[in-house]
Design a protein around this ligand. Structure first.
Ligand code: 5GP
Length: 219
């Protein structure tokens, strides 16, 4: 039996994702009111996978609507935990997170004093989110060294991190988020393999399979 047939798949459509983001954004705007979005992507074998990019762009549309036309910047970071496995559509869990793209030399300056929402498509083991948060916090600490010591506590306190994932898998996590990090998910899901629309070659077939998934879950 192949690895593929052992894992239950669930096909997610663009509309599902859009609607989950539409529902959660007012809460995020009210509780956290981000002023910078950092989307996580993956750079692997010359291809850049969207992951958090599409959700971040959709969230910006809704945030703009709620916060009277405030246009948010979306920055991108590239992280990889899963290495593609030839012949199967699931990915095996990698041992560690690999940084493939970052914010550049001005990272700390860009982050300091902001409310930063990190956006990814799915929280599985939580290793990726933890890595992203701890590394971005290190950039903030490095930038603080350029400021007088007397100002540092206030600047640190004014820099806040939140995270948003479209899907959170209900399973034991292998990593924890730093204390005080706000966490939002669009939908809580079982520990299945989610097939995202941007990974699909044939979107009509993908949507057909998504409708079948919904039908079989309701049966
Ligand atoms: P974590 O670090 O939480 O284990 O995993 C985060 C990353 O693993 C996700 O951003 C995604 O790239 C990949 N991943 C984990 N589970 C799934 C899944 O069910 N479907 C897809 N397409 N990617 C997944």
């Amino acid at each position: 039996m192949s690895t593929e047939s052992q894992v239950k798949h669930w096909h997610v459509t663009y509309n599902n994702i859009h609607n989950h983001i539409r529902k959660i954004t007012p809460k995020i705007a009210q509780d956290f009111n981000p002023d910078l979005l950092v989307a996580i992507g993956t750079h692997s074998l010359l291809v850049f996978f969207l992951r958090g990019f599409f959700p971040a762009r959709v969230m910006r549309t809704f945030l703009r609507e709620i916060t009277s036309n405030k246009t948010l910047q979306i920055q991108a970071i590239g992280l990889s935990l899963y290495e593609p496995v030839a012949g199967v559509t699931e990915d095996k869990i990698g041992e560690q997170v690999i940084r493939t793209q970052w914010l550049g030399a001005e990272a700390g300056k860009m982050l300091l004093g902001k409310r930063i929402l990190i956006v990814d498509e799915v929280d599985d083991t939580r290793k990726t989110l933890r890595y992203a948060l701890t590394e971005l916090q290190k950039d903030v600490e490095t930038e603080l060294l350029n400021h007088p010591e007397i100002d540092r506590d206030a600047l640190r306190a004014s820099t806040k991190f939140g995270t948003f994932v479209v899907h959170n898998k209900n399973k034991p996590k292998l990593a924890e988020l730093p204390e005080g990090t706000l966490y939002y998910s669009g939908e809580e899901v079982a520990d299945v393999w989610l097939d995202y629309p941007w990974e699909s070659i044939n979107i009509e077939e993908h949507d057909r399979l998504a409708a079948l998934d919904v039908q079989s879950a309701a049966a």
